[in-house]
Design a protein around this ligand. Structure first.
Ligand SMILES: Cc1cc2nc3c(=O)[nH]c(=O)nc-3n(C[C@H](O)[C@H](O)[C@H](O)COP(=O)(O)O)c2cc1C
Length: 210
């Protein structure tokens, strides 16, 4: 393994920014599939992969999201080519026999401990959301993460118990056991609208070598 070239490190980290304004350039389904095919390899505990990604592209879908958004996030979200609801499935452990087959006890461990389910699902969906952002940057997209929204409203609107989703293939959608974590706009960012980069800590301020 070797360090990536500087151009890649810049694209992933050093010059990558959180974006709030978007160029008028669509994001194809193929690009979204490329992002998923990279991000899915990021690690999760017990290979649980609890994250579910609802990718809103249509005007109609965005309008369903609008009432849940903090006022400061409305314009940037409505203008973004894609808004991903990064969510987690509280029944993720039902898939463990497939995803973690060498350890049959793992499913039972989660099925009998709702607190562990919640903690695991939140932790790993945050991680997978971060993998999503880095994968998006890796394929030339920009990301704009947001936690300024009403989770309960999003959950009711998109993941409500008994909420039928006609034509949906995904069994997680209408089930009432999925919760939103954060939102992430994806698109090609308009760099001319960025404000100056905010500071970060130096290594010695936040890292301790023991
Ligand atoms: C989980 C998360 C939630 C965020 N929520 C919001 C938000 O609700 N609205 C917003 O404008 N920016 C939001 N941000 C953007 C941050 O302010 C931004 O990532 C940070 O200032 C670093 O900016 P930079 O990536 O351009 O250096 C959020 C970022 C993250 C990771």
């Amino acid at each position: 393994m070797s360090t990536l070239p500087d151009v890649a490190l810049d694209q992933l980290f050093r010059t990558a920014r959180s974006h709030y304004a978007w160029l008028d350039k669509p994001v194809t389904e193929d690009a979204l599939r490329q992002v998923y095919e990279l991000m899915k390899w990021g690690p999760t505990s017990a290979n649980s992969n609890p994250t579910r990604f609802l990718m809103l592209r249509s005007r109609e879908a965005k309008e369903r999201l609008r009432p849940a958004l903090a006022s400061g996030n409305v314009e940037k979200t409505m203008a973004a080519p894609v808004t991903v609801i990064v969510a987690y499935d509280l029944l993720f452990y039902e898939k463990l026999p497939r995803l973690f087959p060498h350890s049959p006890n793992m499913r039972t461990m989660f099925a009998t401990n709702p607190q562990l389910v919640e903690t695991t699902a939140r932790r790993n969906s945050s991680l997978q959301g971060a993998y999503l952002m880095l994968a998006a940057r890796a394929v030339g997209l920009d990301a704009g993460p947001m936690s300024g929204f009403d989770n309960a409203k999003v959950d009711e609107e998109f993941f409500g118990a008994g909420d039928e989703c006609e034509g949906c293939e995904q069994e997680f959608l209408p089930a009432g056991h999925v919760r939103s974590n954060f939102l992430c706009n994806l698109g090609y960012g308009d760099a001319s609208k960025l404000f100056p980069r905010l500071p970060r800590f130096e290594f010695g301020e936040v890292c301790s070598l023991l």
